[in-house]
Design a binder for this molecule. Sequence first.
Ligand code: HEM
Length: 418
Amino acid sequence: MTIWVPEDDGFADLGQHDAFAGGAPYNTFARLRREDPCHWSDFDQGKGYWSITRHADIDRMIRDVATFSSASGIRMEDQTHEEYMARRTFQETDGTEHRKVRMKVAKAFSPGVVAGFEDQIRALCHPILDSALAKGSFCATHDIARELPMRMLGQILGVPDEDLTWLVDKGDALMANTDPDFTDHVADKMDTDAYRLMPFNSPAGAELYEYARDLMAKKNARGDTTGILHLILTPDENGETISDTEFRNFFCLLVAAGNDTTRYSIAAGIQALARQPGLLQQMQSGEVWDTAPDEIVRWASPATYFRRTATRDVEVHGKQIRAGDKVLYWFISANRDPQMFPDPYQLNLARKPNRQLGWGQGGPHVCLGMHLARLEVRVLFQELVKRINSVETTGPEAFVRSNFVNGIKHLPVRVTLN
Ligand code: HEM
């Protein structure tokens, strides 16, 4: 049985969000990997872009940060310098500038610190699974996958429980700013110019800015100087701090990046459990927990691509990339590359080695939340498979309308319990 079959004809326009609305166009990525691994596309909303689709190429190029820079934006859409300066976080910087900020927060997300969250994550899983599984039939994305990352991030950021749903709705409005189910301001369908200095061109950015300011004011009033938000505001050894704008953008980045990617990894894992025979028993055997989370993230590939900008003229597969050109690393394609992954359309929970690139591994921008996400995925599935005998889908899944976020936004399932 196949978990899901892509429906595209192999010639999808990767610049169009609609091309991903029925699920990612894997047949197009397969053709590009075979025929044109450094592919030029015109783009109706700005300058065209190069698509890099093979694992080996992305793995090599993502390390070459002198040639391929993050400091002109990380999405396909163009930005003016003013927009870039207003919206950027350390993710959109290079070299020392990037390192200085990343170092401040890296410790809070290090493997050692994150390992200490295991009991807390397990404790969060119990009520989530209790209430979802008791229903018998439910949406696995909404009732399970969305809940855990939201609650965990809330605890890390020190956000009160009653604000969490609001916060995550706003994060979704940013990340999925091209899907009408998540925002009233669909980025490629209407004029969002009034919000062009806000993260993701979204009015939700302004609301999150305000929320971040209030949250810090309340923490300061309590004399609470713990947590990630304070870490990032701490002056470095030269007494330098990040600006207000950078701080608020960092907050938006965590709310957006820390939620939906883990959510869609969990959702894709549950979809696979329902559709690929043997996975549930394999998980229940308990022998795959070292390898399963990375394979689930490979399968899910929630971050479809990130962009770089060439700093010099460079040739790739006989194509002349010019200084200033946009270059997209399609992680989602690398993660289905048969040259790297035998049987890429099957979930192989014991896959080892597994050099999946779902977290942008290899370069200095490798996902800050990787260890946290890996732990959340493992613990959630450990707790889920303890409790169920079977899981099946009861209808078609629905996907986020976005070429940037690959996610199953609706996954109707039925479970039977142990
Ligand atoms: C399965 C879940 C996740 C996936 C698939 C994912 C994916 C990614 C990818 C591909 C990048 C690299 C971007 C680039 O190369 O430009 C990245 C960076 C980042 N991620 Fe994640 N992410 C996940 C979870 C998280 C979580 C839980 C957090 C925080 C709580 C987080 C925060 C960040 C941050 C701050 C960066 C920027 C790092 C930098 O530029 O140095 N992510 N993520």
